[in-house]
Ligand binder design. Structure first.
Ligand code: ADP
Length: 225
């Protein structure tokens, strides 16, 4: 049986880092909608270039575009063992569409984790975050110098990590994405982790709680068969 995980949380909560590590450890497909959009912009895909203005302002890209991107990825054969989603769903219509896609795939439980971090800490983290202008990877926050450790490209601040845009992204999170948590909160496979701890600690807690929730979810699926 597969395992499907949604990593929820505000911008800067560290969900991308945790999603990458968890997916690698468990050999699941990691899907980060923000990364996909930035890759497509670098590749000058016209749909993504249209979305760029909204991203740069900290606004959301429209639901139809995002649902089509995620549906396409989830149908790929490498998504068969399961997936870790980072940055999706961000609206209730996206969450509803995802439930439908998961129903069609019919492969393992869905675990939802909310990574919680206080707002002042989020603003501080995002102001210091740098990414590689060439390969798009997040830089180690403690890295000295301006060169990417992976490809040597120049490290820069993300356009949407500037102070004003961060404030807008946090507002959008409160307005559009908080309701998604309410959509999931009552499910027996919903869990909350304290993201304001050391990354290794968060990783350890995530491992335990996702395994626990997956067991619960698998039992429910079995009972429903
Ligand atoms: P964050 O660091 O805020 O989690 P991401 O890298 O996930 O940021 O996303 C950056 C931007 O990409 C968002 O501010 C938004 O404009 C767009 N985006 C990513 N995922 C979605 C989505 N599911 N729905 C709408 N817009 C999205």
């Amino acid at each position: 049986m597969g395992l499907n995980v949604i990593m929820m949380g505000p911008p800067g909560a560290g969900k991308g880092t945790q999603a990458t590590r968890f997916a690698r450890d468990r050999q699941l497909l990691k899907i980060s909608t923000g990364d996909i959009l930035r890759d497509e912009i670098r590749a000058e895909n016209p749909v993504a270039l249209e979305a760029k203005a909204r991203m740069d302002r900290g606004e959301l890209v429209d639901d139809d575009t995002m649902i089509a991107i995620v549906r396409h990825r989830l149908m790929r054969p490498d998504a068969a063992p399961g997936f870790v989603l980072d940055g999706f769903p961000r609206t209730v219509p996206q969450a509803r569409a995802l439930d439908q896609i998961i129903g069609e795939r019919d492969n393992g439980p869905l675990v939802i984790v909310d990574v919680v971090v206080p707002e002042d800490e989020l603003v501080r983290r995002l102001a210091g975050r740098r990414i590689c202008s060439k390969c798009g990877v997040n830089a180690d926050p403690f890295a000295a110098g301006d060169a990417c450790a992976r490809c040597g490209g120049e490290l820069v601040q993300r356009v949407d990590d500037g102070q004003d845009v961060v404030v807008e992204r946090l507002k959008v999170y409160q307005r559009a994405t908080k309701p998604v948590l309410e959509y999931y909160r009552e499910r027996p496979t919903f869990r909350v982790v304290n993201g304001a701890q050391a990354p290794e600690r968060v990783a350890h807690e995530l491992d335990t709680m996702i395994d626990d929730a997956a067991t619960v979810g698998a039992a429910i699926l079995k009972a429903g068969q």
